[in-house]
Design a protein around this ligand. Structure first.
Ligand SMILES: [Zn+2]
Length: 345
């Protein structure tokens, strides 16, 4: 599993804290808003505008911050008394925007992230994720089966994502779809929504992720283009350029929930459910080797690299979503095999 970077580690250490207080207070900010679905472009926040956006703090955010501070105080007090000995929750992964945290607690525990219930496996494992523009603090509340409550104040690294402005473009290339295209896009959406109605309870993410293909990184998660002043939706995944026909291997086990050719944006598309609402999407495939319901293990070939759908050349676009929230696949991966120059050819 990837280790957090040093600043993230330091933040993480400051939140490696314990509370065995049985008197849990109700989450003040239980009405935490659900993440925006991928169809909505996040509010534009380029440069100067983002400063203004940073200063705007909603009541919800204030309430959440207050509870966060309280949890930190609570935790500091308890540490003086109990030390680390009562830790019954562990978290590892990327403490950063776009990161996933892999957690383990005791069987039968209930886990809430900012008030939202999180799926916990029979073995006590769980996963939580944070989007590109997530708040920099979050509160994890774990209620153990004996009634004890642990609160973990999570601090996330504030990441910067590349923004590219291109002006003077022919406006017809910037926005607008024909009615026929809109109809096709809506029909595709129905298929994807149907595939995402459930998620399995197996923790197929627990052994970590491997590169599905190797090659030049041609696009990174979270990058954004502003065309003629109109902010486009940030790039939803990781692009790896590879020759047409290169086999794509499952980065982690799971169950195929969709394998469909001819999607308007995605072309050949495979959706893979890793459990606990963590899903991989593989786009632009030239060949599909799986069908819905297929169980795959890490390393199994699921299809081949192509340039179908909206793609300018052969590459794999891999995106990863937790509960509909896009996270950064790169943060789940170690060094690319062969990247050191010892590629076998
Ligand atoms: Zn892409």
């Amino acid at each position: 599993m990837m280790r957090p970077s040093l600043p993230a580690m330091m933040l993480a250490l400051s939140s490696l804290t314990v509370s065995a207080c049985a008197a849990d207070k109700p989450a003040a900010a239980a009405a935490a808003s659900e993440p925006a679905p991928e169809t909505t472009a996040p509010a534009a926040a380029p440069d100067a505008a983002s400063d203004a956006a940073m200063e705007f703090v909603s009541d919800d955010a204030i309430a959440r911050r207050a509870e966060f501070s309280e949890a930190m105080r609570d935790v500091e007090e308890r540490q003086k008394v109990f030390g680390d000995s009562l830790e019954r929750v562990s978290l590892e992964g990327s403490f950063a925007q776009g990161g996933l945290l892999f957690g383990e607690t005791e069987p039968g525990a209930e886990v809430r992230l900012d008030g939202d219930t999180v799926m916990v496996g029979d073995d006590g494992r769980f996963v939580v994720g944070f989007g590109r523009d997530s708040a920099l603090t979050a509160l994890l509340v774990v209620t153990l089966s004996d009634g004890a409550v642990e609160r973990r104040a999570i601090e996330l690294e504030d990441r910067e994502f590349p923004v590219q402005r291109i002006d003077g473009l022919d406006q017809s290339k910037v926005s607008g779809f024909t009615p026929a295209q809109l109809e096709k896009i809506a029909a595709d959406r129905v298929k994807k929504d149907a595939a995402r109605e459930t998620s399995q309870t197996a923790a197929d993410w627990a052994e970590g992720f491997d590169w599905p293909v190797t090659g030049r990184i041609s696009g990174v998660f979270g990058s954004q283009r502003i065309l003629n002043g109109e902010p486009k939706r940030p790039h939803s995944g990781l692009d790896i350029a590879a020759p047409q026909g290169t086999p794509i291997r499952a980065p982690a086990p799971g169950v195929i929930t969709l394998a469909e050719e001819g999607m308007y944006f995605e072309g050949g598309l495979v959706l893979l459910d890793h459990g606990h609402w963590l899903e991989s999407a593989f786009l632009h495939l030239s060949r599909l080797d799986v069908e819905p319901g297929t169980r795959v293990e890490k390393g199994d070939v699921i299809g081949a690299v192509g340039a179908t759908g909206r793609a300018t050349g052969p590459h794999l676009h891999w995106s990863l979503k937790w509960r509909g929230r896009l996270v950064d696949p790169r943060l789940t991966l170690g060094e690319m095999p062969g990247a050191g120059g010892d590629e076998g050819g």
